[in-house]
Design a protein around this ligand. Structure first.
Ligand code: GCB
Length: 574
């Protein structure tokens, strides 16, 4: 799914602004015709989650209604016009000028509607109903045991922020347009090979010009296209390959023309790199690579899970300061802006779908599978062209269940069919037999010996961790990533000897885990849980509804462990 862009043939504007907003406590909006417009609203910032914007109603998960008005930019009336929502959590129903234009389920992936026939030059009225409620049949699901549940009753450990959380874009494309591109790259010696598949809105004959440029290098080719799908291959001698520390990007510009007149163009950054698994190694451009980094969250005071460009910059800066080269988009896809910057900065990403908290209960199995297939398709369609994305994670911590294998077999096959170039994984929490590891190219394990198990006993914790890793490797013969390990830490809380929740214990915990990881050649990644403290539901292990396993606080101040990790990962102390 291509991101809208501005050029001679395409334009976009963001509808980011203060919109009009109303909670629908009695769920009467649909009955009372709010889709035609509602009264007594209050201003709200878009994009941002609604939960932390107001003095009240933080935990109300919907439904709630948004409305705004806009005019069509000058000259767009001759083109196709679409509206794109980059993320609405969780269920969005959309009306334009009183007419329903569509619905989308799932909180973190973009969706779009062609509104060419509904849009007016002036006075367009856009209404969105958002339902962020937690139920067992949604993904991610609610906890089914409400008596013991957290509040709000998530079956996962992060706050279920709701609303229009990323920008809404209005954009125009030519009537005959490029609608998708799939870039695959390979390497032969010093030559980079870029294969570009183009999908168009129609199959009328056209000429397609491909130009790949970077620092004076210009490789081009032209092909005749008389199908909706065509492809071209460009060979780049002495290519600059993309890698962490050297994120070399080319610009690939594709232009469509007929009878000498160009009528569409799209430009995409391209990184030439390969990723593969061989034996116990993860190879980037044919060389073993070790992932150092974090699990994280899109989470910040007041905006919740809303897009805040400055926080993206800050988090990348913190990761680079500490010496990290990678992160996992735990536990849902992150903003497209985050992905673009990873390409530019040379950060590696394990890209995770929103499938967290899966139970495989009979009553929800089919619906969850259908939703997870939808998310997997939408995620790969959105992120397939990012060199930074080196792996798909199909889920986080699915529950142990006899039917899980059937579920993962289908998701794995689907993901491989859509993208055969990247390894596939999911993050496991169960110690012991995990039948679904069969459907992974890399084994990812989240482990908390010394925290939830063998509490405060780091010696015992490390002994168990070490034994388990050896056993896992022996059993599956696949590279292993420690995809989560961490200890809750109250900033400013000290203890000597170290005690759980103290800054000293977090330092000890992370150092000991890293020692174990470093001693195993088949452990190819260490991702600390978490980069920053983050908001979650309230319960007895989460003081103030915060998960304190961050090495930075929620407002991005370092704990002792941040300095310590920096020393371990980058050798720097200043
Ligand atoms: C996990 C989960 C993560 C939690 C973390 C914790 O295994 O994957 O979502 O936040 O543990 O802190 O308990």
């Amino acid at each position: 799914m291509l991101y809208p862009q501005n050029n001679r043939f395409r334009q976009f504007i963001e509808l980011s602004d203060f919109w009009d907003f109303r909670f629908d406590f009695d769920d009467k909006g649909l009955r009372d015709g709010w889709e035609k417009g509602f009264e007594n609203g209050q201003p709200i910032a878009v994009p941002a989650s609604w939960n932390e914007q107001f003095a009240e109603n933080r935990d109300f998960l919907g439904p709630a209604w948004y409305q705004t008005h806009f005019s069509l930019p000058w000259g767009w009336d001759k083109h196709r016009v679409l509206i794109r929502f980059n993320s609405v959590n969780y269920l969005a129903d959309v009306w334009l000028n009183g007419e329903k234009i569509g619905q989308h389920e799932g909180g973190h992936l973009p969706f779009k509607f062609d509104i060419t026939s509904q849009i007016k030059n002036e006075g367009n009225h856009l209404v969105v109903r958002v339902d962020g409620n937690l139920t067992t049949d949604r993904v991610p699901p609610s906890d089914h045991n409400l008596l013991l549940a957290n509040y709000p009753p998530t079956n996962f450990d992060f706050y279920p922020f709701c609303g229009i959380q990323r920008p809404v874009l209005l954009y125009s494309i030519p009537n005959e347009a490029i609608i998708d591109l799939t870039i695959n790259t390979s390497i032969e010696g010093k030559t980079g090979i870029v294969n570009a598949k183009v999908e168009r809105s129609d199959g009328n004959p056209v000429k397609a010009q491909f130009n790949l440029t970077r620092n004076g290098t210009n490789i081009s080719t032209e092909i005749e296209m008389d199908n909706r799908l065509s492809e071209a291959t460009l060979r780049v001698p002495n290519a600059s390959f993309w890698a962490p520390g050297a994120p070399q990007l080319y610009d690939l510009k594709i232009e469509l023309s007929r009878n000498g007149t160009t009528f569409d163009s799209y430009t995409l950054p391209v990184g030439i790199r390969t990723i593969s698994v061989e034996g116990d190694k993860l190879l980037l451009n044919g060389k073993p690579i070790e992932l150092l980094g974090f699990g994280r969250h899109e989470d910040f005071p007041v905006i919740g899970r809303g897009l805040m460009p400055a926080v993206i910059i800050k988090d990348y800066s913190l990761m680079q300061w500490i010496g990290a080269n990678s992160f996992r988009t735990s536990h849902y896809p992150y903003s497209e802006q985050m992905m673009d910057l990873a390409d530019q900065l040379g950060i590696l990403i394990i890209d995770e779908t929103p499938a967290v908290g899966l139970t495989f209960h009979k009553t929800v199995f089919d619906r969850h599978l259908e939703l997870c297939k939808q998310y997997t398709k939408e995620l790969i369609a959105r992120d397939k062209n990012h060199p930074s994305v080196i792996m798909w994670s199909l889920a986080n911590e699915p529950h142990q269940n006899i039917n899980a294998k059937m579920f993962f077999e289908q998701l794995y096959d689907l993901a491989k069919k859509l993208d055969s170039t990247r390894p596939i994984t999911f993050a496991n929490m169960h110690i012991g037999e995990e039948r679904s590891f069969k459907f992974c190219d890399i084994v990812c394990v989240n482990r908390y010996y010394g925290w939830y198990l063998e509490r405060a006993k780091m010696d015992k914790a490390c002994e168990l961790l070490s034994k388990e890793l050896d056993k896992l490797y022996k059993r599956y013969s696949k590279p292993i990533i420690l995809s989560e390990f961490g200890a809750g830490t109250i900033p400013g809380w000290h203890a000597n000897p170290p005690e759980m929740w103290s800054e000293e214990y977090q330092v000890e915990f992370l150092s000991e885990y890293i020692k174990v990881a470093n001693s195993k050649p088949f452990v190819v990644g260490q991702h600390v849980w978490n980069l920053c403290d983050f908001k979650t539901s309230q319960h007895d292990r989460r003081m103030g509804g915060i998960n304190y396993k961050g090495v930075f606080t929620r407002d991005r101040r370092p704990k002792m462990a941040a300095h310590h990790l920096r020393k371990l990962w980058s050798g720097k102390t200043d």
